[in-house]
Design a protein around this ligand. Sequence first.
Ligand code: 5GP
Length: 114
Amino acid sequence: MQKTLFQKIADKEIPAAIVYEDELCVAFRDIAPAAPVHVLLVPRKPIPDIAAATAEDAALLAHLMLKVGDIARAEGLAEGGFRTVMNTGEQAGQTVPHLHIHIIGGRSLQWPPG
Ligand code: 5GP
């Protein structure tokens, strides 16, 4: 099966500013940041989106959730706060069909989003 864009980034076939990686996941800076800090956290496993995850992925999803806090702290977002977003499907604006968590912060963020 063809690799997704984020698999290619995780495998370092496409360059990206990686801020964290381990055996299960990779985090890198978004190419079009929506805020001073905008990191994408992706599992190495190419799950298309959160709705496609199964019970088999439970430990992986827990790992990702715990990494969100670690990355936010490392990026200096813990004090001011930050937002996590997982776009799923066309109406939510998902453009890359590989599960990813946006970690966004470093400025005041509007809520609700547009
Ligand atoms: P989505 O819209 O699917 O939730 O988010 C995809 C994100 O991937 C977008 O914020 C977009 O800017 C980012 N992106 C797309 N292509 C690349 C790329 O080649 N490198 C990096 N670092 N980010 C990308």
